[in-house]
Design a binder for this molecule. Structure first.
Ligand code: NOJ
Length: 751
């Protein structure tokens, strides 16, 4: 978190930080504000507008590239660029920073990059990491990513993506934390803290960026970039909490979004950016547009041309223009025409420069450009080991009938079947950076090879392709299965079936893969299916018929070792889903925290006058919060610290209960607390996650878990969008998933 220091602490910190050497000194806000003001006073209008302009670099692009433009390095030397993106590696970054140092005022550039799940070491995709429910781990993963990225010249990541996602057709679900605002907020905070470290001035800290502001995840039909239409009540209750949490954690920047929200493009939305973010929330950092999103307001039909687009965007509070060139080409004229006051430009430039000062770039523009540090910071063995731990904590065990898992190391023959058995680069998933897959990614095959017993033989047959309809490989796969004691099938999507612009209408396990599973299962051999994907998929036959199912998402570079750890029981799976898995696309959007309706479907078979389908149950295939373990946990002995179950004023009431490991393996349970406001205006959902605890227990061990309830924990938005706890009855539900409530109690909140 960025801290404001008093003069005394300032001197103290100066001594400490210069002694450590790794830090430049953290300056007080006032000192920085003075330096910003002094610099601003020297800047021409062109130089100011230049600071608000961001270009893509000259290698990769993560959006539609603007063609036939002038030489970017020349523009940097002329002071016409404040930030660049997609430029990595100290040598390459240096070329650009050198150009900035030739500009009249030598204002250093920001180097932005989508460091979404690791930089050189690839961590599991964010949705997978979220399933760990482990805030320390998630924070540490970002710390490592920041350490590597900053050593390669990057000082700004376009992460975390904190969009709530209730629609698995949307390709970008892989980038977020899932469907829940409370968990999403906790994860947003952990990620920001991880990226930014103790202080933005640290040499290994990168600026984080909370994106996409706002409601991008609610695109109608799950189609990327599509319109969003929602009530302010839903916006505030469901979609905004992770953004607010990122802000409270000190996030340096926000990115707005491509979508229109209730008829106004988010990029030109004053309510979101001026009223909420910079007004009510008092955000001090700056807002960057998404790639080209200022210019795209023309396609939206919201403005006529880039001139109007620039006016609308800056007026709405968008400080920096990523790649649309609307600001650089129009702001000067807009000012001359009296349409944009200079104070507005000054405000944006002040916000941008403040971050450059906080990063320490004016003290040393080359602080992130150190080839020696780059060599020693990447792929550190302890970080690779951590990535393996993060990966195995992200795996969710969906089914384990008759304890088919873990596998014994005494098996004679294991058949590995499926198109993803030997996959390497695929395991990195979408939004991973360019790392040589041969060197850095461990496949499932390799991971299992390392862990099998000396007498075990592994057979391999791909069986089929991910999307191709050919069944030609089925015969070999069946033959391999017949020779084996156990079959492990690695199936799933292609990594580029999720990510930006990767929405799908059909989210079933693609191609003929489920047919292959049926054919192999028909051999009568025990089958374990490992599913890899960036979204919840649909695989009903497998779910009903195969005894063992693991959801492995895209686990990153150490995925193969992590999956083998789980297969052979070196790690007991503990992941819990953070997105609901539907039975059919027809159920989407599907999420646990829905309202009850006037005609709730209490029983799936009782369809008359119920809010239900006649051809499908309402229940999902796998609910939010669900995930099994090799062991079992029992909850018992609920008690409270008060004789009454009433909370008044600032009182609290604590509930505690025993969680016991009743199985044979040591394991970790994520104990979840849901609440329900039984009578409320406006309505509240049937369940709302409000707290959770992770508890690791040895076989037979039990521990008392305590949850403390206060007014804030019960609160929600009222019709005026004030966050308040209404007096009334609240049901507290303690469970192992949103659909597996083990203990409950009703309490009363009184005024
Ligand atoms: C577009 C994406 O929506 C955004 O998330 C990303 O940060 C930018 N492109 C830059 O790559």
């Amino acid at each position: 978190m960025i801290k404001a220091y008093t003069q005394a602490t300032f001197i103290f910190l100066f001594i400490c930080f210069t002694a450590v050497g790794n830090y430049v000194f953290a300056q007080s806000d006032t000192a920085i504000d003075k330096r910003v003001a002094t610099l601003l006073a020297k800047m021409t209008l062109d130089e100011k507008i230049g600071q608000m302009n961001q270009y893509n670099g000259d290698w990769d692009a993560t959006g539609p590239v603007t063609k036939d433009v002038g030489n970017k390095l020349d523009e940097i030397r002329e002071g016409r660029v404040g930030a660049v993106l997609n430029i990595m590696g100290t040598a390459h970054v240096k070329t650009f920073q050198d150009a900035a140092m030739k500009s009249r005022l030598k204002i250093p550039l920001l180097f932005g990059q989508d460091v979404i799940h690791g930089y050189r070491i690839t961590f599991p995709i964010p949705l997978a990491e979220a399933c760990s429910w482990d805030m320390d781990m998630i924070e540490k993963a970002e710390r490592i990513a920041a350490t590597e990225a900053s050593a390669s010249g990057i000082n700004w990541t376009f992460a975390p993506m904190v969009d709530i996602a209730r629609d698995p057709r949307w390709g970008r679900v892989m980038e977020g934390a899932g469907e829940d605002p409370f968990l999403g907020a906790r994860i947003a905070s952990a990620r920001v803290t991880g990226f930014q470290g103790d202080s933005l001035g640290s040499t290994d800290a990168v600026m984080a960026c909370a994106k996409h502001f706002a409601a991008y995840g609610a695109a109608i039909g799950g189609r990327d970039y599509n319109s969003v239409d929602m009530s302010n009540y839903t916006l505030w209750s469901i979609y905004l909490p992770p953004f607010k949490a990122a802000l409270d954690a000190g996030v340096a920047t926000f990115m707005n979004s491509f979508n229109d929200l209730n008829g106004i493009p988010a990029t030109g939305n004053s309510y979101l950016q001026r009223d909420v973010l910079k007004g009510k929330w008092d955000f001090k950092g700056f807002v960057v547009s998404d790639w080209g999103s200022i210019g795209e307001m023309i396609n939206h039909g919201y403005v006529k041309d880039n001139y109007e687009a620039a006016q609308v965007a800056i007026t709405a509070g968008n400080d920096m223009d990523m790649e649309s060139r609307s600001y650089i080409n129009n702001l000067k004229q807009l000012m001359a025409d009296g349409k944009v006051p200079v104070s507005m430009i000054d405000e944006s430039v002040t916000r941008i420069l403040r971050k450059k000062f906080e990063l320490g770039l004016f003290d040393d523009p080359y602080k992130f450009i150190n080839a020696q540090r780059e060599r020693t910071s990447l792929n550190r063995p302890e970080n690779v080991e951590f990535a393996r731990d993060m990966a195995r904590k992200s795996i969710v065990l969906l089914k384990n009938d008759k304890q088919v898992l873990p596998l014994s190391k005494d098996l004679k023959t294991i058949a590995l079947i499926g198109p993803l058995v030997k996959a390497k680069k695929e395991l990195k998933g979408f939004w991973s950076l360019d790392v040589d897959p041969k060197e850095n990614v461990v496949s499932l095959w390799e991971g299992m090879q390392k862990q099998i017993g000396p007498l075990t033989k592994m057979l391999y047959a791909p069986g089929c392709d991910i999307t191709d309809a050919s069944r030609i490989g089925f015969a070999d796969a069946i033959a391999a299965a017949k020779q084996a004691d156990v079959v492990v099938m690695a199936m799933g999507e292609k990594p580029d079936m999720t990510g930006e612009a990767k929405s799908k209408s059909n989210i079933h396990l693609p191609g003929v893969q489920e047919e292959l599973i049926k054919a192999v299962a028909a051999t009568g051999k025990p089958v374990i299916v490992i599913l890899m994907a960036g979204r919840p998929m649909i695989f009903n036959w497998t779910a009903d018929n195969v005894p063992g199912i693991l959801y492995a998402w895209w686990l990153g570079s150490e995925g193969g070792d992590a999956m083998a750890d789980v297969m052979f029981g070196a790690y007991n799976p503990s992941g819990k889903l953070t997105m609901t898995f539907p039975r059919s696309e027809g159920q989407i959007p599907i999420y646990y925290n829905h309202y009850n309706t006037g005609r709730p479907a209490l029983n799936d078979n009782d369809l008359f006058y119920k809010s239900a389908y006649i051809d499908l149950p309402n229940s999902p295939r796998y609910p939010f919060g669900y995930g099994l373990s090799y062991t079992t946990f029992q909850y018992s002995d609920l008690e409270s610290d008060k004789l009454t179950s009433t909370i008044k004023d600032n009182e609290t009431i604590s509930f505690s209960f025993l969680v016991e490991n009743t199985g044979k393996y040591a394991g970790e349970e994520t104990v979840q607390l849901y609440i329900r406001a039984l009578v409320s205006q406006p309505l509240r959902p049937v369940k709302e996650l409000r707290d959770f605890r992770k508890v690791r227990l040895l076989p037979g061990e039990k521990r008392r878990i305590v949850f403390t309830i206060n007014r804030a924990l019960l609160a929600g938005y009222n019709n005026n969008l004030d966050y308040v706890a209404h007096p009334g009855d609240y049901q507290l539900m303690f469970g192992s998933s949103s659909a597996d409530i083990r203990l409950q109690k009703t309490i009363q909140l009184v005024n």
